[in-house]
Design a protein around this ligand. Sequence first.
Ligand code: BGC
Length: 397
Amino acid sequence: MSRFSGISRLAMGVGMTCLALSAAQANTMQTQSPSVEKESFGQLPDGRKVEAYHLRNGHGIDMKVITYGGIITSLRTPDAEGEWADVVLGFDNLADYRSEAYRQSNPYFGALIGRYGNRIAEGRFTLDGTTHELATNDGANHLHGGERGFDKRLWTAAPFENDSEVGVELTYVSEDGEEGYPGRLETHVTYTLTADDEVIIDYHATTDKATPVNLTQHSYFNLAGEGSGSIVDHRMMLNADAFTPVDDTLIPTGELRDVADTPFDFREATPIGARIGADNTQLAYGQGYDHNFVLMRDATAEDELVLAARVEAPDSGRVLEIATSEPGVQFYSGNFLDGTLIGKQGKAYEKRSGFALETQHFPDSPNQAAFPSTILEPGETYQSRTVWRFSTQTPTP
Ligand code: BGC
């Protein structure tokens, strides 16, 4: 039986700390009607038009999502002093997401990832006695759905708004055999921006043949503002007492390793950079953090929301909390950014100028019988939710 047979109740806001707004922030938080506006974001070489949906909540937090790759291109939030900044890496035009330099570097800025977030060893898995060969686009391995994953597909969009929330539902149908995967997969991803300064990401999918599914969102955050330098000073808590160590091609060995007494222990908030340079084989393989963490659930049932991470930017006081129904989160400290891509403000995205926290099932699960299953069967519905909550706290010098 796979994990999708019982659809669980997904409560919102579970485990999130409710932080009081600072006076400065409260003063600058406008009260306005939430809105969603459609704009043009250019067109693909075959003539299909790419749209941008501009979501705003009553506090003025605004987020742009494009139908190409379901990419979040910008997300503006206030800091503790009421100064606004765009806290995600990306571009303000389609050409930059499709340039040769971007393809070479392949950072997946802000994109929806499918069918499978992270790696599948040697692009191969066996299901019900049949071996499937996937595109290999990361050395010998399959990464983030292949040569042309969901991040490079055009989605259709349906915006919505009510008194307190705005959002957009994106749909993409992945045909049987796409990138080597079996089954026609119909995928819906909904982004909702709430009155509580949350971005809720809901994923649903159905298939007509058994297939692996592991969808995620690949935003890179810099809570001091994109283009403002390194994120190694951000303090991060990860609610994980184990991680999945990898081989030198970043494929999990199958072990769940205790984080105690290792640089992977983020159970107490710790600066990202505090131990990133430690003499540690796992950090050497990832050139920093690029690992799946196993979330602690305690009494929280499988598939219900649990707090995964809390990240604070010391100078700006911005805080991001992430809750998820998933069992894992890939913490990637932006190690492969190398300054070749120039962001929205004209600044180069250097190594570690953003971090990603990709809520997910574990990498290479189709080849790891002991990991939670990622196989979706016909008749089941894949369902997953992740919530990002933005707030502020008093800056710490
Ligand atoms: C992976 C990294 C990869 C990055 C960009 C992350 O999810 O874990 O290894 O370099 O995505 O492709």
